[in-house]
Write a protein of this length. Structure first.
Length: 370
């Protein structure tokens, strides 16, 4: 109802005031009735949703990953599973299988396609030639942090997932906190990599190391320590705290103090298993596969890895190698050809690499990851 100044209201007749009061009362009554009606509708809708979930057939999803239970990713996966169970009214339970219980790390994509696992954690760069668009997150010096980086990665990549990830359904994308180069001997310039045997974090970093004259040793994270212990590898690209978690700190002593790369990861779903769920259950899964959860996974893992850098600095058995501005510039320069290699690969798949990178970098800037 409009506010009327006193000077104007004083000119109103008694009959006019009565008419206005009556109209106001009618309006209030209409609002009250409308509010009661909407409230009743909302209660009925909530009850209907609750009943729908309560009537859904209980299911148990198998979630397979390959890191140990002490890893922060496992703890976040547990929280994710608990949230799904609660949101589904107990009709969806998620059984988590860590430490490669259902299969090797490199096989998790195919395990999901085949239904060995319903949900899997994958490294998008473990298998060369696959998920080429997703590999944009693997390019050196691409982003500065894991939390906002994960959110931006998920937002940007989602439209490309159906074509880039055939045979599976995307749940969410994320990255770890930027990793670096860990070695048996002191390394500070890209020229010193020549002749080394390097275990790369993923396919794009593998291309980078090869360009620098290294040979690459392609083993998964759980197998990396053994490769270093046996002398099969001389160095490794890895995030900071995980070198302790996987025991790599026992065989490497020198660590470059730079944010050199990130690795792209995804939680993926078997599409047949997803489609077998009721509409209400699928909505629960959809609500847990978005950039909000991507941010949480990236943040919790990122905080864990960032703490490892300070731990390594304080560890007298290790040397954190600072880079001069010219040394850092040399590393950045050495990585430029890798962008061209990636661009050629995605171009063969029908994409415009310049457009992809422009979109991705703009999204990273928008979310504070670059």
């Amino acid at each position: 109802m409009a506010f009327v100044p006193v000077s104007v209201a004083g000119r109103y007749t008694s009959r006019q005031r009565q008419k206005n009061n009556s109209a106001a009362a009618n309006q209030l009554e209409e609002v009250s009735v409308t509010a009661r009606t909407l409230g009743a509708v909302a209660l009925c809708f909530a009850a209907a949703c609750g009943c729908a979930l309560a009537q859904d057939k209980p299911v148990e999803l198998k979630f397979s990953h390959w890191v140990p239970p002490a890893h922060p990713l496992h703890k976040t996966a547990q929280a994710w599973a608990q949230s799904i169970e609660q949101a589904s009214g107990g009709t969806i339970k998620v059984a988590i299988y860590p430490s490669q219980q259902l299969g090797k790390a490199i096989d998790h994509y195919d395990m999901t396609v085949k239904g060995i696992a319903d949900v899997s954690y994958i490294n998008v760069g473990y298998q060369a030639g696959r998920m080429l668009v997703a590999n944009a997150a693997q390019l050196p010096f691409m982003m500065d942090n894991a939390d906002n980086g994960s959110r931006a990665y998920d937002v940007w990549y989602r439209p490309y997932a159906p074509k880039d990830m055939p045979g599976v359904k995307l749940c969410l994308m994320f990255v770890h906190d930027p990793g670096t180069f860990h070695s048996r001997t002191r390394i500070s310039t890209p020229e010193q990599v020549k002749g080394l045997k390097v275990r790369p974090a993923q396919a794009v970093v593998a291309d980078w190391m090869k360009l620098l004259g290294a040979s690459t040793v392609n083993v998964s994270a759980p197998e990396a320590r053994e490769a270093l212990e046996r002398g099969v590898a001389d160095a490794i690209t890895f995030p900071w705290e995980s070198i302790y978690l996987f025991g790599i700190n026992k065989v490497t002593r020198f660590h470059i103090d730079a944010r050199m790369y990130t690795t792209g990861f995804a939680w993926i779903l078997n599409p047949d298993r997803y489609n077998s769920l009721s509409p209400a259950q699928r909505k629960v899964i959809d609500d847990h596969g978005n950039h909000y959860w991507a941010y949480r996974v990236g943040r919790e893992w990122g905080d864990f890895e960032a703490a490892g850098r300070e731990k390594t600095k304080a560890d007298k058995a290790h040397t954190v190698v600072p880079l001069t501005p010219s040394e850092l510039a040399a590393w950045r320069k050495s990585a430029e050809p890798v962008v061209g290699i990636w661009g050629g690969e995605v171009r063969k798949q029908g994409y415009d690499p310049a457009k992809l990178l422009t979109e991705f970098e703009a999204t990273l800037v928008k979310y504070g990851a670059k």
